[in-house]
Design a protein around this ligand. Structure first.
Ligand code: LLP
Length: 388
């Protein structure tokens, strides 16, 4: 994140907090890093990481397609003008609506179980998702390629499902694998891609190998790319990838203001954002970098606590900060992926505004609000029972 501190203060002042801010330059840089590592692989952004339409448009303009896992995500892809080869329809339990709109948009389906062959619209293009049955280096909830996980077909079933697709008149493009998210160790990918490549003897050549996403922010992208290409070449296939977090995490920062502090055995820095704005620390024990945007020499160790009536509502623990005062501004980093996307209206809290930083963008200003702050009325708009 390269947004200058004065610009962060200005945005918090102008748009209020909590506020998600995104650095357009960092978004572009992340895509450039992916392209540098993966070369001509086709990139499908897993929009679950951050489905904001402005970010989708920016990625689409750069030639990126979308991996979608719900009717709503498909609607977003359509809303930014994606179609045909730019859309993947994925998911372990797709609804009828997803088959219908996927077919209308000419999307490629990722088949997650054999029964789906009979559910696909006629003459679909499809990949078969394979579960390589591997333990990987991430939080249990984020591992999707373990033997006990609900995703994909087994290595033994995969060749048969490809055959079944062909037999049913579909185009069996190839295989798909996604072993989990925030994976730290590139060896996990080596193992997964290796297991797939062993299927070559049974499947013969394939048009596509989709190596999924899941790259931790500090993972060795070039190493992962090398292994993915090796597996793709084993099938004489083109390589597709589906990064989510890697493309958007570092571009995003959650700005939150200090409400006050207290010392009760532990030191709590109380802020105006919490589990409703950024759930990852509470849900996965995720650690996001915290930066104090105020000066001070009197450093202490603080827990960053949100406003919710739940003890787990902590954004970070044991952070070294100068003594916070009411009104001070805190930046929670690496929050562009699965931050705003997983924000909720629990406690009838309005989801935050989101703003994009791009110095001198079209209208000559540095900031564009790309999602306005939700209002209480937005939240109850679908309910009966109001007087006005
Ligand atoms: N492809 C498939 C099939 C996926 O299921 C996912 C993520 C991705 C690609 C993108 O993975 P990424 O590159 O972002 O790691 N809410 C969690 C992350 C869940 C990811 C689910 N699937 C979090 O906050 O860490």
């Amino acid at each position: 994140m390269t947004i200058p501190t004065p610009a962060l203060h200005a945005a918090a002042e102008r748009f209020g907090t909590p506020l998600y801010v995104y650095d357009a330059a960092e978004l572009d840089a992340a895509l450039a890093r992916v392209r540098a590592a993966f070369g001509p692989a086709r990139v499908y952004y897993a929009m679950k990481a951050n489905p904001n339409l402005t970010l989708l448009r920016r990625l689409q303009a750069a030639g990126v397609g979308f991996e979608c896992v719900s009717p709503g995500e498909l609607a977003r892809a359509e809303a930014v003008g994606a179609s045909g080869g730019q859309i993947l329809v994925n998911g372990p339990a797709k609804s009828g609506a997803e088959y219908v709109s996927g077919a209308r948009l000419g999307a490629t389906f990722i088949v997650d179980r054999e029964e789906e062959v009979g559910l696909l619209p006629p003459h679909s293009r499809a990949l078969v998702r394979v579960n390589p049955a591997l333990e990987v280096s991430t939080h249990d909830h984020l591992a999707t390629g373990a033997a006990g996980s609900k995703f994909g077909v087994t290595l033994v079933q995969a060749p048969r499902v490809l055959e079944a697709l062909r037999g049913a008149g579909h185009t069996a493009l190839g295989l798909h694998v996604h072993i989990g998210s925030a994976i730290r160790d590139a060896q996990d990918f080596t193992a997964a891609f290796g297991r797939l490549a062993e299927l070559r003897a049974e499947t013969g050549p394939l048009a596509v190998l989709d190596a999924g996403g899941g790259w931790g922010l500090d993972a060795d992208l070039h190493g992962i790319a090398r292994e993915a290409w090796a597996a793709a070449r084993a099938f004489d296939a083109d390589l597709w990838v589906e990064p989510g977090r890697y493309l958007v995490a570092r571009a995003g920062t959650l700005l939150t203001r200090v409400v006050g502090h207290k010392r009760t055995g532990r030191n709590f820095c109380l802020v105006d954002a919490g589990m409703t704005e950024l759930l990852r620390p509470m849900l996965y024990g995720a650690e996001h970098p915290v930066t104090a945007l105020w000066e001070g020499t009197d450093c202490g160790v603080w827990d960053i606590a949100g406003p919710a009536c739940e003890s787990g509502d902590l954004l970070a623990r044991d952070v070294s900060l100068p003594t916070p005062r009411r009104g001070d501004l805190l930046a929670i980093g690496e929050a562009g992926a699965y931050g705003a996307a997983m924000a909720s209206t629990y406690l009838s809290r309005s989801r935050p505004a989101e703003a994009l930083y791009e110095p001198g963008a079209a209208d000559g200003t540095d900031w564009t609000v790309i999602r306005r702050r939700e209002t209480p009325q937005d939240i109850w708009a679908m309910e009966l029972g109001r007087n006005r």
